[in-house]
Write a protein that binds this ligand. Structure first.
Ligand code: SF4
Length: 489
C-alpha cells in the first residue's frame, strides 16, 4: 500500500504512483511499459501552461458545507476561488439549497511577508475564518510562497486549534510540490483521512460512500442502489464534517472517477477496512457493468446486480442501436484527465465512434491499490490499438494534433481545451458534469448530445472564419510532439 497516513502530508503522485505528464505512443505500448516498469516521463522543453494542485485541494474542500479554508498565500493563489464558487453554487442549485459563497479566506502574503514570515498573518486568518464562518473545521491550504519561506504551518494550526477547539488542519498542496495537479485531491483526502474521519462506532451495511465532484446524478445513483437495498452517502463536497467523520462506518466506497477516488477509497480500506470498489468508471455500458459487479461482489449482491444489468441493458438496446447507426463512421479526439480519458475512449466506441487520438492530462502507472488503471488495461486488451499521448493540457499540442487528424468531434472535460477546437471549426463537446454518460441512461443522453452537436456546426464554422488562432502556420506544420524530449534513462 502506498498511502502513509503517519505522515502529515500526502506523497506526490510522481513518487507514489509513478505518474507522468509526457508520453506519445499507443495504449498497448503504454500499458506494456507500465507493466514492465520501464515507462519513463518525457519532459517538454516548452510548456504553454499548467495547473496548480492547490486549486484541486481547495476546490474540493471548500464545498464541505460547514468547513472553512484559509489559503496561506499571495492573493493570486486564490484566483481559483471564482471557479470553485461557481461549482459550489451549481451544486447548491442541484440540491435546491439556498445559495451562498464558499468559506474561503486568503492571508494575502506580500513581498514583506516572504521576507519576515507569515506566521501572524496566518494566525489572524484562522481566527478571522472562525469568527466569520463559525465552521466545524478549518483547512489551511499552503502555497509556493508559504512553503518556500518555511512557515511552520503545523505548529500554528496546533496552537490555534487548542484556542478555538475545532480541528485546524494543514493541507500541503503548494503548486511546486507536484506537476500533477490531481495531487491536490490526495492532499485534501490525506487531511480528511488523518484528522477528520473517526474510527467506526458502529457499522452500516446498507451505506455506500459515493465519491463525486458535484453529484448532479444523485437521484439516479439513489435509484440504482435502492435495487440492492443500498443507500449512497455522497461526498465529500456538500457533506458536513460530521458525515465525513463517519465514512469509516460504511459498507464500501465507490467513486465516479479513478483519479479522484484512489487515495481516499484505498485509505479508508487500509485504515478502517472499508472495501474500495476497484473497477472501470461507471460511464457507458461496460463501465457500469464493471462498477456494479465490483460493488455487488463486496456487498454480496452478485445475483441482484446481474438481474439489474440484464434488465437495464435490454431497456436501452433499441435506442442505443439507433444512435450507433447515426454515429457510425464518425471519428473523435478525446482530451481529458487520465481516468476520464481512457474511460471515455471506451464509451465513444460503445456509441460507434472511432477514437483516433486520446490525450490525457497525466497518467498514473498504478493506483493506490497497486494496479495499473483498470480502464487503461481494458483498452489495451482490445484489437484496435488507440494512439494516445499524455500532456498536461498543452493546447499547442492538442490544436496541432486536431489540425492534422481533422476529427468529426473533439470531446473534453475542460473548457480551456474545448474553446480552441471550436474556434478551429471542429464540433466540440465539453463534459463538465461527471455524471454525463453515467451508466445505461447516461450513454443514451450523451449519444443524443453528440448527434445534436454534429447536426449543426454553424457556430464553430462561423467562429473559425473570424477568429485568428494564437498559433502560426509554422507551428501547424511541425511535428505535434516537437517539444517532447527523449525519455530520461
Ligand atoms: S503554483 Fe504556487 S504560486 Fe501559483 S497558484 Fe499554485 S500555490 Fe500559488
Amino acid at each position: 500500500m502506498s498511502i502513509n497516513i503517519k505522515r502529515i502530508e500526502a506523497v506526490n503522485r510522481e513518487s507514489r504512483l509513478g505518474a507522468i505528464t509526457g508520453y506519445t505512443g499507443t495504449v498497448k505500448d503504454l500499458v506494456k511499459k507500465a507493466k514492465s516498469g520501464c515507462l519513463k516521463n518525457k519532459e517538454r522543453c516548452f510548456s504553454q501552461a499548467t495547473n496548480c494542485s492547490s486549486g484541486c485541494a481547495q476546490g474540493y474542500l471548500s464545498r464541505i458545507m460547514d468547513a472553512a479554508i484559509v489559503n496561506h498565500g499571495a492573493r493570486g493563489c486564490s484566483a481559483d476561488v471564482i471557479g470553485e464558487n461557481t461549482n459550489f453554487q451549481w451544486g447548491q442549485n442541484i440540491r435546491n439549497l439556498e445559495k451562498r459563497n464558499v468559506n474561503v479566506i486568503n492571508t494575502n502574503m506580500t513581498e514583506e511577508t516572504t521576507v519576515f514570515g507569515g506566521r501572524s498573518k496566518l494566525r489572524n486568518g484562522i481566527r478571522e475564518a472562525y469568527k466569520r464562518f463559525n465552521p466545524k473545521a478549518i483547512f489551511i491550504t499552503t502555497s509556493c510562497a508559504s512553503a518556500i519561506i518555511g512557515d511552520d504551518i503545523k505548529s500554528i494550526a496546533d496552537e490555534i486549534e487548542a484556542e478555538i477547539n475545532i480541528p485546524v488542519v494543514p493541507v500541503f498542496c503548494e503548486g511546486f510540490r507536484s506537476k500533477i495537479w490531481a495531487t491536490g485531491f490526495d492532499s485534501a483526502f490525506h487531511a480528511l483521512l488523518t484528522r477528520i474521519v473517526k474510527p467506526p462506532k458502529e457499522k452500516h451495511p446498507e451505506i455506500i460512500n459515493m465519491l463525486t465532484f458535484n453529484g448532479s446524478g444523485r437521484d439516479y445513483v439513489i435509484e440504482i442502489l435502492a435495487n440492492f437495498g443500498l443507500v449512497p452517502k455522497f461526498g465529500v463536497p456538500f457533506s458536513t464534517i460530521d458525515e465525513i467523520s463517519k465514512m469509516s462506518e460504511s459498507a464500501a466506497t465507490i467513486s465516479i472517477c479513478g483519479t479522484l477516488g484512489s487515495y481516499f477509497g484505498n485509505g479508508l480500506e487500509q485504515k478502517y477496512g472499508v472495501p474500495y470498489v476497484k473497477s472501470l468508471q461507471p460511464h457507458g455500458i461496460a463501465g457500469m457493468d464493471s462498477w456494479l459487479r465490483g460493488l455487488g461482489k463486496v456487498v454480496g449482491k452478485e445475483n441482484e446486480v446481474e438481474e439489474y444489468i440484464k434488465k437495464e441493458k435490454e431497456k436501452i438496446a433499441p435506442e442505443l442501436k439507433e444512435i450507433r447507426e447515426k454515429l457510425k463512421g464518425k471519428t473523435a479526439v478525446v482530451g481529458m484527465g487520465p481516468s476520464f480519458s481512457h474511460n471515455y475512449i471506451r464509451v465513444l466506441n460503445e456509441l460507434g465512434i472511432k477514437v483516433v487520438w486520446g490525450a490525457s492530462w497525466h497518467f498514473d502507472q498504478q493506483y493506490d491499490h497497486g494496479s495499473i488503471p483498470e480502464s487503461s488495461i481494458e483498452l489495451s486488451e482490445k484489437e484496435y490499438d488507440v494512439p494516445i499521448s499524455v500532456c498536461d493540457q498543452q493546447n499547442f499540442e492538442i490544436l496541432n494534433l486536431l489540425n492534422k487528424l481533422k476529427p468529426d468531434l473533439y470531446i473534453s472535460r475542460h473548457p480551456g481545451t474545448t474553446v480552441w477546437p471550436t474556434k478551429m471549426g471542429i464540433p466540440s463537446v465539453m463534459v463538465a458534469d461527471e455524471f454525463s454518460a453515467f451508466g445505461y441512461k447516461g450513454i443514451i443522453d450523451l449519444g443524443y448530445r453528440i448527434i445534436d452537436t454534429l447536426a449543426n456546426n454553424n457556430l464553430a464554422l462561423s467562429l473559425s472564419k473570424r477568429v485568428k488562432l494564437p498559433y502560426t502556420s509554422w507551428w501547424f506544420e511541425q511535428d505535434t510532439f516537437k517539444f517532447l524530449e527523449e525519455e530520461v534513462k
